[in-house]
Design a protein around this ligand. Structure first.
Ligand SMILES: Cc1cc2nc3c(=O)[nH]c(=O)nc-3n(C[C@H](O)[C@H](O)[C@H](O)COP(=O)(O)OP(=O)(O)OC[C@H]3O[C@@H](n4cnc5c(N)ncnc54)[C@H](O)[C@@H]3O)c2cc1C
Length: 402
């Protein structure tokens, strides 16, 4: 028997997150879209509230939005931190994607720490807001090509390089930086390092203006002889050339379903609002009956609802696999590829269906169409996700299929 209903604890979490999306995010959504780079100070109160929830419930992964306690069902199945994070993020992003990405102490770097850090590091970096810096001017999709270096000097790593497009890169407490220990050893030598802001040698040199998610800061960062303690390397410094990326890639198995969750949330927002606007015009969608019996608008909305559900189910599956220790690289990519593409299509199509109202800034539909585009770009573009899926399906290594 397959149950596709959320368990009670996750329904409570979804409802709480939805209320935050509705009552905290929506009222300030437009304000921070227009005031790009201004810190949404309203989020401090929200972060304090989430810290309070964590103090009561504990966050097993040490990061991620509103993750609650692991829940083990009678059949030994976990609905844990990954699923809770995805369910919570969906609802927060129904409110606003850019604001959800700006909540203190909920950065992508926190997911990296959760995925790769040892127990001592997880404890030491608990409560630290961490951004994640992989991308460089010459290394976006091709993350194996990164040039930032880490050299051991006594008890310290010395980092040198340049990182671009770092989400929360200027606001976070620390940045998880990907750097290579030895470029000659390829991707196995790439490791991640926690660099606290304020460390001499690390500097934010630019903030980018963007199409969407303007509430979220996107920073360029330089590292010049930046020294950090030896034990700020996450995981092991051993280089195992058989291991490929040597552990850092595990981060994506956790973070790609969360990007899918963001996409599911913003697409739901667009669908809900479109239904509302059409209802005002007296157009109610009839779900029963054949597609041939529907008018063009109804048929379009039914098709979009089906696509949305497909993205949502893939997201739930990938996060459930992560919670239960089942390798999910392919499913994580599938969920992100599907949900992000669907979100791009749905948000833009909803603008179209609502005509002038959809395009006008009097509504948030045009903003959601802009916001959703990034979800098909960061954490690996649509094309890169399809490449990863193809490699898994065909049993090819990255050198064989690029
Ligand atoms: C707002 C924003 C926030 C971001 N946040 C972060 C962050 O927090 N941390 C971080 O490290 N990075 C972040 N990024 C960077 C993001 O992950 C990269 O932009 C993304 O991976 C694409 O890399 P690129 O921009 O260099 O494009 P490119 O890699 O140059 O790709 C350009 C185009 O070519 C396609 N392409 C590339 N290679 C292939 C291939 N082999 N086959 C088929 N098509 C291919 C791509 O799909 C894309 O369409 C962010 C970017 C933005 C815009």
């Amino acid at each position: 028997m397959i149950y596709l209903e959320l368990p009670k604890s996750l329904r409570v979490l979804a409802n709480q997150a939805h209320q935050i999306g509705k009552n905290v995010f929506r009222p300030i959504s437009q304000k921070y879209d227009e005031a790009e780079h201004e810190y949404p100070k309203e989020l401090d109160m929200l972060a304090a509230l989430l810290d309070g929830l964590d103090a009561g419930g504990g966050r097993p992964d040490g990061g991620g939005v509103t993750a609650l306690k692991q829940e083990r069902g009678g059949d030994g199945v976990n609905n844990g931190a990954n699923m809770a994070t995805c369910v919570g993020l969906t609802e927060l992003c129904w409110g606003d994607v850019g604001l959800a990405l700006s909540i203190p102490r909920q950065g992508l770097g926190n997911a990296a720490i959760a995925a790769v850090a040892n127990a001592e590091q997880k404890k030491r970096f608990e409560g630290v807001w961490a951004a994640m810096a992989i991308t460089e001017p010459g290394a976006g999709s091709d993350s194996a090509n990164i040039r930032t270096t880490a050299r051991l000097d006594g008890d310290e790593w010395v980092l040198n390089g340049e990182k671009i497009y770092v989400t929360a890169g200027s606001r976070a407490d620390a940045v998880v930086v990907w750097a290579t220990l030895d470029r000659n050893l390829g991707r196995a030598a790439i490791k991640s390092f926690v660099v606290p802001h304020g460390t001499p040698g690390m500097e934010v040199v630019r903030l980018d203006r963007k199409l969407g998610i303007r509430a979220s800061d996107t920073a360029s960062i330089t590292l010049s002889d930046c020294r950090i303690p030896k034990d700020n390397l996450l995981g092991t410094e051993d280089i195992d050339t058989k291991e490929g990326f040597g552990g850092v890639m595990q981060t994506f198995d956790n973070t790609r379903p969360t990007v899918a969750a963001m996409a599911v949330g913003v697409a739901r927002a667009a669908l809900d609002h479109t239904h509302e606007l059409l209802a005002k015009e007296g157009i109610e969608v009839r779900y029963r009956g054949s597609i041939h019996s529907k008018n063009a608008v109804e048929a379009e909305l039914v098709r979009m609802e089906a696509e949305w559900e497909a993205g949502r189910l893939l997201m739930l599956k990938a996060s459930w696999m992560a919670d239960n220790g089942i390798p999910n690289s392919m499913e994580a990519s599938m969920s992100k590829a599907k949900a992000a593409r669907v979100a791009n299509d749905i948000t833009l199509r909803c603008v179209e269906l609502c005509g002038g109202e959809g395009y006008s800034q009097r509504r948030l539909l045009e903003k959601w169409a802009r916001d959703s585009k990034i979800l098909d770009i960061f954490e690996g573009t649509q094309q890169i996700q399809l490449l990863i899926i193809a490699r898994r399906v065909l049993g090819k290594r990255s050198a064989e299929l690029r």
